[in-house]
Each structure stands twice: as structure tokens, then as C-alpha cells.
Design a protein around this ligand. Structure first.
Ligand SMILES: [Zn+2]
Ligand SMILES: [Zn+2]
Length: 272
């Protein structure tokens, strides 16, 4: 039986003869059901209509995203270190070309995902590369296709290897996390942020929301907590969740001023 994939959010469900009656992710207030209604596809169909594109941003950081854009449209990031590669975030389309290319780059030692909107077909990726998927336990209820490859971490940080650390920021989702790699940006550090720290369209600022499509803001307390979670880490560059959303240099200063701007706005203290 096929594993149906929601075309609006890219989430893959357990195998079933007919498409699920609902997408739990899309019906929740942070997502949406499109005006046309909920529609479904499969990995086999995606492999016909889409391809994956690759962009190397710097040594050890390769973006992977589907063309044309599918569902939410995020691109994943392959972070390569001597101790092994980690796939940061995930995308629905996994095809033979992608498996061949990533295996040629050393395969995957682990997958780590910022939040449930990017869980997509993580189980397919875990099986193709025979590796675990690290998810924050606070978002466990949003796993639609359970699998033994899924590992749940708890707490505020989870070190992987070679200076790669998962950092829980919360905000958009209670377990919302980013990946910090101390060795990125020639040793100045990079953050792969998903949309937990969202790179704004101007690529000069970050913003933080409970829902981006439905414009639900976070509280000052929640955004302040994001700033505090990132305070111990040094980084010069932030990779957002789309191909063109990158902040560099001085990304840490951009995060700090963006937290200040956000908190002032929601507390009514912004001066115009
Ligand atoms: Zn959905
Ligand atoms: Zn999201």
C-alpha cells in the first residue's frame, strides 16, 4: 500500500489503501488547508514531476531543494564534517539521483530536523541512508509516520560530533531547534535555522512566529528565550529555510538586534 504525502505540507503518512481523511499538520492553526481542499500524492508520483537541485554555499554546506517547489518549499542542508555528514531538515522528494549523489559525498550519519513542518518523508531518508533521525521530544506528538529510526532528544542542547550541536529554541514549535556548526564559515560558525529563526525577505533581519502563513506572533517572552538559547554560540552566518535566505556576515549581531526589534514591537515600545 502507498504511503500518501500531503501536497500542502509534504508530510508522509503510514501506508494506507486510500488517502488519509485529514492532514493533522495542515488542520492545525500553524498551517492551512488550501482553497482547493486537501490533496495527496506519493513518492512515486513526486519522482516523475520533480527533481532535486543542489547548491554548495561553502565547503561542507550543501543545500538540497526540489524543483519546481513542492508543498512548503523548504530546502534541506547537507552539513559535511570529517566525522560524518548530517542532513539538516528534510524534503519530501527522495529519488535515485539524490541517493547516489549524497552517497558519493559520504552518505549520512544522521538526520536532524528543526520542527514537524519539515518531517516530510524522513523515514524514507533514514532507510535509504541507514541512519537515525534526531527530533526534539517536545514535538513527538506531531510524528505522523512512526519508525524505529526516530530518536527523540530532550533538554536544551544535543551534541552530535565535530562541533555540530542541536539547540532547542522553541517558539514556532515547543521543540523548535536549530543546528550550530562551530567549524562552518571558516571556523567562525554557522547556524542552520529552518524557520525557527526565520531569515526575512530582506536578508538583513530575522523574525520569529508561531505561524508564518497565518501571521500568529510569538510573545516577547518566547522570542527572548530564543535569544538566550543562542547566546552561548558563536556564528557568522545563518542559513534560513529557502535557497536564497542566508545572512552573512555578522549573523550573531543580526540575531541580537532582531530579538530586540521584535520584543520592542510586540511590547508597544517601538519608536517611529
Ligand atoms: Zn498537510
Ligand atoms: Zn514551520
Amino acid at each position: 500500500m502507498p504511503h500518501f504525502i500531503c501536497t500542502a505540507c509534504g508530510t508522509q503518512y503510514p501506508d494506507s489503501a486510500a488517502p488519509p481523511a485529514h492532514c493533522v499538520i495542515c488542520e492545525e492553526e500553524r498551517q492551512y488547508v488550501p482553497p482547493r481542499g486537501q490533496t495527496w500524492t506519493t513518492l512515486a508520483a513526486l519522482r516523475i514531476g520533480y527533481v532535486n537541485g543542489f547548491r554548495q554555499y561553502e565547503p561542507g554546506v550543501v543545500g538540497i531543494g526540489s524543483q519546481p517547489q513542492f508543498a512548503i518549499g523548504q530546502r534541506a542542508i547537507l552539513v559535511q564534517t570529517p566525522g560524518g555528514n548530517v542532513l539538516w531538515d528534510c524534503i519530501s522528494l527522495l529519488d535515485e539521483t539524490t541517493v547516489t549523489l549524497i552517497k558519493g559525498l559520504g552518505g549520512l550519519k544522521a538526520i536532524a530536523i528543526s520542527h514537524p513542518h519539515f518531517y516530510t518523508t524522513m523515514v524514507e531518508w533514514a532507510r535509504a541512508f541507514d541512519c537515525p533521525v534526531h527530533l526534539h521530544i517536545a514535538d513527538r506528538d506531531w510524528v505522523m509516520r512512526p519508525d524505529p529510526a526516530l530518536r527523540f532528544w530532550d533538554g536544551d542542547t544535543f551534541p552530535l560530533w565535530d562541533g555540530v550541536t542541536l539547540v532547542r529554541c522553541g517558539g514556532h514549535f515547543p521543540g523548535g531547534s536549530v543546528l550550530h556548526w562551530a567549524g562552518g564559515a571558516e571556523g567562525r560558525g554557522v547556524v542552520c535555522a529552518g524557520d525557527i529563526l526565520t531569515v526575512a525577505t530582506d536578508r538583513k533581519w530575522l523574525s520569529f512566529m508561531r505561524s508564518y502563513p497565518n501571521f500568529i506572533p510569538l510573545s516577547a517572552r518566547e522570542v527572548d528565550a530564543i535569544g538566550k538559547a543562542m547566546a552561548p554560540f558563536a556564528f557568522d552566518r545563518i542559513y534560513g529555510h529557502y535557497f536564497d535566505r542566508v545572512i552573512a556576515p555578522d549573523a550573531k549581531a543580526v540575531l541580537e538586534k532582531s530579538v530586540v526589534r521584535y520584543v520592542a514591537a510586540v511590547e508597544g515600545k517601538r519608536e517611529y
